[in-house]
Write a protein that binds this ligand. Sequence first.
Ligand code: CA
Length: 220
Amino acid sequence: MRVLLVEDDRMIGDVVSQSLKDESYAVDWVRDGQTALDTLATQVYDVVLLDLGLPKKDGMEVLRGIRAKNNPVPVLVITARDTLDDRIRGLDSGADDYILKPFEMAELLARMRAVVRRKGGVAGPVLTNGVISLDPATREVDLNGEAVGLSGREFSLLMALMVRPGAILSRSDLEDRIYGWNEEVESNAVEFIIHALRKKLGAEVIKNVRGMGWMVAKCK
Ligand code: CA
């Protein structure tokens, strides 16, 4: 999952981006509102974590800019402004949820997963294709009810495919889901990870669609 973090406070930004990386999210961190909008114009994210008090353009302007372009990306607003007015304004401008500073990282992660889930139209928190089930909250993966241990990147890649079983993702789609900007993408990384996943989950689980990419088959 790829996250855009928009936060000008260095300390909060450091803590949040590191915690997200520890959970194997790909994170891009920008520090002002204009850069956030420029970035969102060219790159697709699974979720935006948006501070409201930002240089150049404030968070509300960023939010309106996102929705004015009909960009449906889930937005979780991080704010210290805990007045009711601001919250109502934010929700009217298209925020999906709020978290107030100071916050616990565990709560931020839980709210982030919830907004992604709601926007993705996934009914339950656990993703499944009928054979594999993947729980984004506990990071548990089962194959026919048996627990399977995955590395962070294996989990991220599998989760990208499990969001919509049957949908094909290209190499660059998958790279985007597992690497942030400042991480070097090793050549064949996607193939290596898929090879490892097939060893753990069975060769038929992840299908290659020649010239297009990969998918997880729908089994039920
Ligand atoms: Ca700020």
